[in-house]
Ligand binder design. Sequence first.
Ligand code: FES
Length: 114
Amino acid sequence: MTAENTVLCTLEDLSGLACKGLTLTTGNGEIPVFVVRRNGRWYGYINRCPHTGVNLDWVPDQFLGATGDLIQCATHGAQFRIEDGYCVYGPCQGKYLSPIAIYIHAGKLLLRQV
Ligand code: FES
């Protein structure tokens, strides 16, 4: 699967948001991903819980728990650190979300590789 340097969205699309779900289109189909902001930096992950493989969000673009400082799975409440996707609480504690390598260039958020 190759989707190197793919534009995921513009920074304008992310204006005022703490997180957002996106779709990555590759030659092998579409992959749901999301990005989340922490201390001014964006992090990206595949939208798949390591517990059962379902999407994490319960409504579109809602990936954070009540405190806003952890990613939370809507199905069974697993909580993940924003910075590295490590599960600190829940049925998949000790596992990680799958990261995607993203970077910002010329007002766009891009995927380095998948
Ligand atoms: S499916 Fe995510 S915690 Fe169970």
